[in-house]
Design a binder for this molecule. Structure first.
Ligand code: GLN
Length: 232
């Protein structure tokens, strides 16, 4: 399996034209949709709003934005998106959830709400920062993205309370609480990189999407290295 570091280096060498055909969906039921599409555009990749199952056709990855997870839960059920999104994830395509996107990807939501796209073996707590710290910003170390910290914007953000086996912790707050994780092809962040001009997370998703769309020589056709051992 190629390391994330190697993949990051290989994508930075690739001319934009080589990945111009890649399409990454942004779930457009609610929330910070435009900001993710703009961030993708800024790195030369087309972001496609996803409202209906047919919008998922031909996508090599999906971003689930921040917003209100309860609204996303209702609308994704109403528009029949749940199984098709689970299938896309199971096929190995990268899925990124930010903030409410993290909540809807969790297998368990504290308080017993029904999971929405149960792909990540974690327990999340919604609105974990109470009223005084409702929203805040900080520079956060995310080692897989390099030495430069990520400027992380937290807005009524969730926290990860429990991390299951096979889930890699990507970032913690100074008090050690977990705010970014990856399980195979699924990445989830408590914060909003797309509101801070941060592009490295999106570049990582594009790198993973490239591997998914064009498996490297030696890998099993159609199976991204992220899905080794079975997709999420
Ligand atoms: N508080 C929201 C929820 O629980 C998430 C907030 C966000 O996505 N910025 O769904």
């Amino acid at each position: 399996m190629r390391s994330i570091g190697k993949l990051m280096r290989s994508i930075s060498r690739e001319p934009g034209a080589e990945r111009a055909h890649l399409k990454i969906g942004v779930l457009a039921l609610h929330g910070a949709v435009i900001e993710h599409i703009a961030t993708l555009r800024s790195i030369g990749v087309e972001g496609v709003p996803v409202r209906l199952p047919e919008d998922l056709e031909g996508l090599s990855g999906l971003i689930i934005p921040g917003g209100e997870s309860t609204t996303m839960r209702k609308l994704s059920a109403r528009w029949g998106l749940r199984e098709p999104i689970m299938d896309l994830a199971r096929s190995g395509a990268p899925i990124l959830g930010t903030c409410a996107g993290m909540i809807v990807l969790a297998k368990e939501i504290a308080g017993g709400e029904e999971p929405v796209f149960p792909l990540l073996d974690v327990t999340v707590e919604r609105n974990a920062f109470g009223r005084q710290l409702d929203s805040f910003e900080m520079d956060l170390s995310v080692p897989i993205l390099g030495d430069r910290p990520v400027h992380a914007i937290f807005i009524r953000a969730p926290i990860i309370e429990r991390v299951g086996a096979g889930v890699e912790v990507l970032a913690r707050l100074p008090d050690k609480r977990v705010v970014a994780v990856r399980q195979r092809n699924v990445i989830a962040l408590s914060f909003h990189p797309e509101l801070a001009g941060e592009t490295r997370i999106h570049r990582l998703v594009v790198t993973m999407a490239t591997e998914y769309a064009e498996p490297a020589e030696g890998s099993v056709a159609g199976a991204a290295p992220w899905s080794a051992g079975g997709a999420a």
